[in-house]
Design a protein around this ligand. Sequence first.
Ligand code: TYD
Length: 203
Amino acid sequence: MNRGVFVAFEGIDASGKSTVAKIIAERFDATFTIEPGGTPLGVELRKWLLDADTPMKPESEALLMLADRSHHVFELIEPTLAAGKHIVADRYYASTLAYQGYGRGLNLAELRAATDLAIGPTLPDLTILIDLSVEAANERRQRDTKDRFESADENFHERVRQGYLEMAATASEKWVVIDGAGTVDEVVARVQQELLLLPWNRD
Ligand code: TYD
């Protein structure tokens, strides 16, 4: 049995990555999943992680994100890939490095080591960064109530964006940066172009 293909989508809040990731998952017959919150345990963790009324140290935030991910890999991602089915994940390990590392300022080397512990050898075949300026993302945002991350200041989101771009430029794994400006159809077409290079049908 061939292993499934694993694609992770990354980007700042309101970059449009969730909308695009869902469409891509359907087109490539992949299981769509999210972080935090891709398992029943993760749904519980997500409630606390996004609750702006529960003050939390960046370290606690990072460790809960990693607990979510570790369990997600064990319960859903690995078994799905091993069964030959594809995975499209809305956020994966790079979110922790971007938000808790570049954004909150936690030590990146320590965070990478902790992330490795959480995911083991399960790396995406491709990470797609949907890149959009913080200004453009703010214009797209519709919700009135803001979660823990949405209520962080603009500098935080700028650091997260720059962190993503730095990782995309330096990672040893495969990343592509997609311009997130324009319509959903335009962005989906850009992503699809890149994905055609992956081995979706290996029989
Ligand atoms: P997401 O579900 O993409 O946001 P939403 O559906 O609200 O648009 O992600 C939730 C938030 O969690 C997002 O602001 C980014 C943050 N996050 C981290 O800070 N670190 C992580 O490791 C992950 C997975 C998410």
